[in-house]
Design a protein around this ligand. Structure first.
Ligand SMILES: [Zn+2]
Length: 353
């Protein structure tokens, strides 16, 4: 017997795949088929221990949620892994005028595909200026993939009503009067991407470890809105959703120095002269706001599956210990969901209305 650790929306997905496939009676059949097909990895090393999550306090963002944080100029926003492997989406707005916000395309153009320590985040036109500096961190970022949304799960998985960054972000930013159409492309924190075989970017398995973090210094007063990515069906967060920690601290001279260095590096010969744009939209907290994130709670939906000694042997040789160490349940979930997603592709192509 082997136990597959899932939440209810992952279980719904596996049932959908099993229902579409004449060769699979139920999710147990699907698990056995996935194990029989699993590629064997040789000589996988167990990951080295990390320093682990810090003992900071701060705010814990739970799976399926996000939160808008006021970060004053000079303060440090730190986003940190607790369990590891978790992608976080980030939106940023100018508190004095919500029309100005992070422009991920401009940031990509000025700082490259993976902004890191020493880079700045740029705002949209007509402002086009650095609004935050990345001053520290131990993790990857990505600027190439848009947030996950209702569209993605419907178009690619045939699923509706499940956690996604679009709706999580909408609900978090609503606290400051921002509308669903104010959502901008996210800066993807802890997302691991690289060129695929044909040169196009692909999302690889998430390598963020407990305690990995990214630190930003605000260059103007901003509203920063991180959210725990709702995607539990891809490499993006290794088929899971987990809490992350957010802290905001005053920032010391060393933070200011790093922020100044990042600014100077990106603005070598000065910015265009600033102009006034009438109709500023200051962002004020709605005192009546009560968070109501959709598609929660996520219920555990473990499945116990009868498997043969051969299946167990295959699993032992195929499981990715590089990423999951002794966490057999996470390794099994990765194998099974990866297989099911590949399988679903075989049924695509008949959705034209
Ligand atoms: Zn997402």
């Amino acid at each position: 017997m082997i136990t597959l650790r899932l939440n209810h929306q992952q279980h719904d997905f596996l049932r959908t795949v099993a229902d579409r496939d004449a060769h699979l009676g139920d999710v147990g059949d699907l698990v056995r088929a996935a194990l029989a097909d699993a590629s064997v990895h040789e000589n996988r090393a167990t990951p080295a221990p990390t320093s682990g999550p810090s003992d900071r306090t701060g705010e814990i963002l739970q799976p399926g949620t996000g939160k808008a944080f006021e970060v004053a100029a000079g303060q440090v926003l730190r986003i940190e892994q607790i369990e590891g492997h978790q992608c976080v989406d980030l939106n940023v707005f100018n508190r004095a005028d919500g029309r100005e916000r992070l422009h991920v395309g401009r940031t990509r153009g000025m700082q490259g595909l993976h902004p890191g320590p020493g880079d700045v985040l740029w705002s949209n036109a007509p402002w086009e200026r650095p609004i935050m500096a990345i001053t520290g961190g131990t993790a990857t970022t990505d600027t190439q993939f848009p947030f996950c949304s209702r569209l993605i799960y419907s178009a690619f998985f045939g699923l509706r009503d499940r956690t996604n960054c679009q709706e999580i972000q909408n609900e978090a930013q609503r606290e400051y009067g921002l509308d669903p159409w104010d959502l901008h492309e996210s800066l993807n924190l802890f997302m691991h991407t690289a060129p695929g075989p044909d040169g196009e970017p692909v999302i690889l398995r998430n390598v963020a470890r407990p305690g990995d973090h990214i630190e930003f210094v605000a260059l103007i007063d901003v509203l920063a809105v991180p959210n725990v990515c709702g995607d539990d069906l891809s490499n993006c967060s290794n088929f899971g959703v987990r809490p992350v920690r957010v802290t905001i601290t005053p920032g010391g001279p060393a933070d200011a120095e790093r922020a100044r260095a990042a600014y100077d590096r990106s603005v070598v010969l000065g910015l265009p002269s600033p102009r006034e744009y009438p109709g500023a939209r200051p962002l004020q907290r709605d005192p009546g706001y009560v968070a109501a994130f959709p598609h929660l709670p996520l219920h555990p939906a473990d499945v116990a599956v009868e498997v043969s000694a051969e299946h167990l042997d295959r699993f032992a040789r195929a499981r990715n210990t590089d990423l999951y160490g002794d966490d057999e349940a996470a390794a099994l979930r990765d194998i099974v969901l990866s297989w099911a997603i590949d399988r679903l592709g075989a049924f695509a192509g008949n959705a034209w209305p």
